[in-house]
Each structure stands twice: as C-alpha cells, then as structure tokens.
Design a protein around this ligand. Structure first.
Ligand code: BG6
Length: 488
C-alpha cells in the first residue's frame, strides 16, 4: 500500500477515541497499514506528542476489539503519531502543519500522499478544505483525499451548497463520504452474496419477493446529543443516509466482478427509480413517532421530552417507518418497508426478505398452515443469515412447522465498520462510500417528508419506550396484508 500521511482534524474528539484510533490499531495488527505511515493529530488543545500518544493508548484500551497491551508492537504503532495545535480558521496554522507533514514525509522517505480526515462538525468542512488548498497542503506531487463524516447537509439545498463549496478544493473522486453502515461487514457482503449465488440472483425479483423489511432499531435514547438530535430527528439522522443506503445495497442487481463505478451507477439507478412521494402523500406512507416513558430491559426510562436538553413541547421524530416503491423492472409492485427508532425493544439492524407463495399446481390444500419463506440478513449487533423454511413430520402429517436455518459469525471475527472504511480510503477504493449523486438523490427523495413534518401534515405518534414503535407502523404493513417479521 502506498505511503500515507493521515491528517486527522478533531484528534481529541469522541469519534477519534471511540472509532478511528481503534480502527487504525486493528489495521496495524492485521498488517493492513502502509509501511510508511504517519498520523498527524490536530486539535485546539495544547498537547505534547507524548500526552497525545498516551491518550491514544487509553482509547485503545477502552474501545479496541483487540487488546492493546504494552509492548513493542504498541510502541511501534504509537510511534507513528504526532500532534499539532491547530485553529481551524488560522491560515498560519496550516502553513505550520504543512512543514510538519513535509518533515515527516522526509523522515520516512515517503511520497506526499495525504489523507485528510475531518472528524469535526460539518460547519468546519468548507474552511478546512479551503485552507488545505490555499496552504499548499493539497498540492503536493502525491494524491490527496478528503474523508468526511455525516451529516452531509440538513436538507437538499444545504447539501448542494456544501458540496459546491467542497468541490472548489477537492474533486468528487477525492472525496470519501463516510456512511458507517456501508462499512458493516454484512452490508458489504450483500453485493457479493447476490453476485456469487445463482439461487439468490434468480429470486431477486418481484416474481418471487412479496416485500422487503429494513429495520434499524436501537435501545438507546437521545443520550447526550440533545443539541444535535433535536434538530435532525430520525429522518435525517438515520433514514436519509443509513436506511436508504441499505435499500440501495439490497436492491441493486450487479454483474459478476463489478467495479466500484458499476456499483455506484447501479445504486444511483435504484434511488432514481424510487417512486417520489408528494408532500400531500407523506401522511399515508410514513409514520412519524416519538418515544414516551417506558422500560428498556426491565429498567424505567423517561420519555423523549423529559430528556435533558429537550424542550417539553418538542415534536421531533425519534422513530420513522415508511413504505417505499422502486419503479423498475425488478422491483415494481414490491413494497420496501423501512423502520428505524430510538428506545425500541431491542438493538437490531436487519433486512428481512419475504417470499411469495407460488400460486397454482404447487399449492396444497393445507397451505394455510405454512409460514412464508423468509431470508434474513442480520447486520448488527449479531451478524448472520437465516432462512426460514417449512417442514412437517412425514409420518403424522399435521401442521407445517417453520424451520430456521441459521448461519452466524462470532462477534470477535468481525472487523469494525471503521476498519473496513479506513482501509478502503487508504487504498483509494470508493465502493463503500456515498457518492455525491446518491447523497443528493437521497435528500431529494426525503425532502417532501421534511416539508410535511415541518408543516405538521403527519401526526406525531407516541410509543412507549421498550416497544416496537407506534401501532400505526404495524398498520402500514397490515393494509397490504403484511406484518413486521421477528417482532415477538
Ligand atoms: C449514527 C447516528 O449515525 O448511527 C446515531 O447518528 C445512531 O444516532 C448510530 O445511534 C447507530 O449506529 P449503529 O452502528 O450502532 O447501528
């Protein structure tokens, strides 16, 4: 892998501690970092290199999936870390940074390939990108890449504005927009499973699939993020990005050995084919919910409006369920049900594919006792695949019994989403990052929902914490003769 300087803005922040350092460490242990690799951490606080390294080591002890015991290997890892104070708005600080980066590159005999990771709020993206350009940090002989975190915009217009600003300093193929759901191993496998298995390929159409259910339920509430969450709600926090990405990844049809460009082109086709919702139709197809007090795993929890930092009259959505349709050859007529919420009964991200009953000669008189065939992709926290088949005792006939065929990987073997994504960004593989077209088209599709919520055209339903959301989310499916699977 090519030599890289990893320039991290927000090096003392929460994301760096919880995700980025552990991911880098695990990549290091697996031998997946470049030989000439250097990290320059940036933050407002004055820190020595020593203290910075101690902080990194502490974060590994708390958050790495592998133990980071003291010793040569940990020292070798930490040795790559330098710290530099930086005020995001001060041009001189970038000039100083350039000198440090150049000095490190000279020390390592490394080409000036620079990955700029912006682990800071989106309000800083533009200033940082412009300063990288103006200081000369971005104009060395090697490559440059910009990795950014969500939220990418607050609505369609603000996303377009932000993109226009970034594109003054970085080309689209230099921008890596993280959607950490795309880094989850099972999400990455969706593409491969479909490509490599004729049995799945053959079934992946409206001839065989009755509906698709995509759920991302969480047990946590707003946590300490009131200031952020109360302005975005579930629709912006989860639906516009993670949920629509899952939909695209599930619905694409890919030829063998597709390139990154093909994957992204096909994803764009899926989202282009999403039937638009008019603002007036949102209420009939989208359920908007907010959690009330309840119990999570036996412990009482307060309702959303009693959470610290949340106004008593907040109408923010903590739950959203929707019925979507993809108007293309493969999926016409198949409802895609999407649901995500906080303070739900269980933490679980999964996709359930419900197959149709074949009509005609195969149908037997006692078919009514049969459960539908289901294919389930468990994405997190457990990773696995389940197939629900029907069986019955051949001697005694009687009712059919559902039989679950399970495959589960053990938690330990699964790399964290951030490991996959950082590795891909270092290699220059954009497959599992959100292309601007996808981001823009997602906002475009979601915009009428934002408008309808704002104009209060969609009633805010409450649900008790520790349940599967408001009853209206069940009715959304029931009107088509479907129900959420695996809600027990
Ligand atoms: C983040 C959201 O993007 O995803 C959080 O901002 C949410 O609100 C988180 O909790 C869920 O991620 P995961 O990987 O735990 O499903």
């Amino acid at each position: 892998m090519e030599a890289t300087t990893f320039v991290l803005f927000g090096a003392t922040g929460d994301l760096a501690k919880r995700k980025i350092y552990p991911a880098l460490y695990n990549l290091f242990v697996d031998g997946k970092l470049p030989n000439a690799f250097s990290v320059v951490g940036l933050g407002r606080r004055e820190l020595t290199d020593e203290t910075f390294r101690e902080n990194v080591a502490r974060s590994l002890r708390s958050f790495s999936r592998r133990e980071a015991n003291e010793g040569e290997s940990l020292d070798a890892f930490l040795n790559a870390f330098r710290y530099n104070v930086l005020d995001i708005g001060r041009k001189e600080d970038y000039e100083k940074l350039l000198r440090l980066v150049e000095a490190r590159e000279a020390e390592l005999g490394a080409a000036p390939n620079r990955l700029f990771y912006l682990s800071v709020g989106p309000e800083f993206f533009e200033t940082i990108a412009a300063n990288i350009r103006d200081s000369g940090l971005g104009s060395a002989d090697g490559w440059k890449r910009l990795v950014i975190e969500k939220p990418f915009g607050h609505d369609l217009q603000s996303a377009r504005d932000l993109n226009a600003k970034l594109s003054r300093s970085f080309a689209e193929d230099e921008i890596y927009r993280i959607d950490h759901y795309l880094g989850k191993p099972m999400v990455q496998k969706l593409e491969i499973l479909q490509q490599a298995n004729p049995v799945l390929q053959a079934l992946w159409t409206n001839r065989h699939i009755a509906n698709v259910q995509i759920t991302a339920n969480e047990t946590v509430g707003v946590e300490e993020r009131a200031g952020y969450y109360d302005h975005v709600g579930a629709v912006r926090d989860m639906f516009q990005n993670h949920m629509l990405q899952l939909l695209m990844m599930l619905a694409i049809h890919l030829p063998h050995n597709s390139t990154s460009d093909e994957v992204r082109t096909k994803k764009r086709k899926v989202i282009e084919a999403l039937e638009p919702l008019a603002k007036e139709d949102v209420a009939a197809n989208v359920v908007r919910g907010q959690y009330a007090a309840g119990e999570i795993q036996g412990k009482p929890v307060v309702g959303y409006t009693s959470e610290p930092g949340i106004a008593a009259d907040s109408a923010n959505d903590t739950f959203i369920a929707a019925e979507l349709h993809i108007d293309d050859y493969f999926w016409r007529g198949v409802p895609f049900y999407i649901r995500t919420g906080k303070r739900m009964k269980e933490k679980s991200t999964r996709i359930v594919i419900e197959f149709k009953e074949l009509a005609g000669e195969h149908t037997q008189s006692d078919d009514k006792t049969k459960a539908p065939n289901l294919l389930v992709f468990e994405i997190s926290p457990n990773e696995g695949i389940t197939l629900q088949l029907n069986t019955r005792d051949p001697q005694h006939k009687g009712e059919f019994q559902p039989m679950l065929v399970n495959f589960h990987t053990s938690q330990q073997d699964v790399p964290e989403a951030y490991e996959n994504l950082i590795h891909d960004a270092l290699q220059g593989d954009p497959t599992f990052f959100a292309h601007w077209d996808e981001v823009e088209l997602s906002w475009k599709w979601v915009q009428p929902i934002l408008d309808a919520f704002k104009d209060d055209l969609v009633p805010l339903r409450t649900y008790a914490a520790g349940t599967y959301g408001p009853a209206e989310a069940d009715e959304l499916l029931a009107r088509n003769g479907h129900r959420w699977r695996f809600d027990d």
